[in-house]
Design a protein around this ligand. Structure first.
Ligand code: XBP
Ligand code: MG
Length: 262
């Protein structure tokens, strides 16, 4: 039986805002400097490290696979956790300074969904404090309440590409996958959403443009605005004909016509 669309589930990093290159990466480097480690994650290296989701997991991967000559202290997990706390502090300051805006069309879609009474949730790998800071410094104080559930960070042990964070969010909201659409920007993200059986709309960014999005119901360069149209990169067929931006009507049309993930 066909279900009416009830909720939009959003990834954060790369989807709501382009946070990785000029946000997370910079904050990692500031934490490394503060700890006098002499490590520097270049834009290119960071692109490779993004294959690993989660900041703590990313540092661990870096030490085990890239910077193998570094001898970590005996308690590796505590060392990484402290470094990551410092990174989070730097990251939230960067957001407070207003350096990272929402991506094109995001605020318009969120406001429209709110007006029309659609339910919204967040499913992200990043730390909860980072989501709070991003929302506060872009949409304003209290905008966290736009989202019924903010599923973030270590709330589930297995991060994306595992389905767990989406399953957790849907369980908290009392929703089934057929009632939702997910918004993602990366291959690990869509692996996670599709594993949770969610139909997924992708907006790519510079780090993810070449990723495999064969299971997305639509892939765009961004959500667009009426006067700054998106470019369709994959999917959508005649459902997107004549549309210039991703608005709720288009999301609902896609939901009505694409009943399962591709
Ligand atoms: C993106 C991530 C995160 C951030 C870093 O998550 O992989 O790990 O890069 O955040 P998503 P933390 O796209 O699911 O929002 O350092 O707080 O882990
Ligand atoms: Mg993402």
């Amino acid at each position: 039986m066909q279900e009416t669309l009830q909720a939009l589930l959003f990834d954060v990093d790369g989807t709501l805002a382009d946070t990785e290159r000029d946000g997370h990466r910079v904050a990692f480097n500031l934490a490394f400097q503060e700890a006098r480690l002499g490590w520097d994650w270049s834009v290119e290296l960071y692109g490779q490290l993004l294959a690993v989701t989660g900041g703590k997991e990313r540092i661990k991967y870096y030490l085990e696979n890239v910077n193998t000559q570094f001898t970590p202290p005996a308690d590796m997990d505590a060392f990484i956790a402290a470094l990551h706390r410092s990174k989070t502090a730097h990251y939230t300051v960067l957001l407070a300074e207003g350096g990272i805006p929402l991506r094109l069309g995001v605020e318009r879609l969120l406001r429209q969904a709110r007006e029309k009474g659609l339910r919204m949730g967040i499913a992200t790998t990043t730390t909860p404090a980072n989501v709070q800071a991003l929302l506060t410094h872009t949409l304003g104080v209290g905008s966290e309440s736009w989202f019924e559930v903010i599923a973030a960070g270590d709330v589930v042990p297995a991060k994306k590409p595992a389905a767990d964070i989406y399953l957790w969010a849907m369980e908290k909201m009392g929703l089934r996958a057929e009632q939702c659409i997910a918004f993602e920007d990366s291959e690990n993200g869509i692996k996670s959403s599709v594993a949770a059986n969610l139909r997924t709309i992708v907006t790519v960014n510079d780090y993810t443009r070449e990723h495999n999005f064969s299971r997305a119901i639509l892939v765009l360069d961004n959500m667009g605005e009426p006067d700054q149209p998106f470019t369709v990169l994959q999917g959508g067929q005649d459902l997107v004909a004549g549309a210039s931006c991703l608005d709720l009507e288009l999301v609902e049309r896609l939901a009505d016509n694409c009943l399962v993930p591709l």
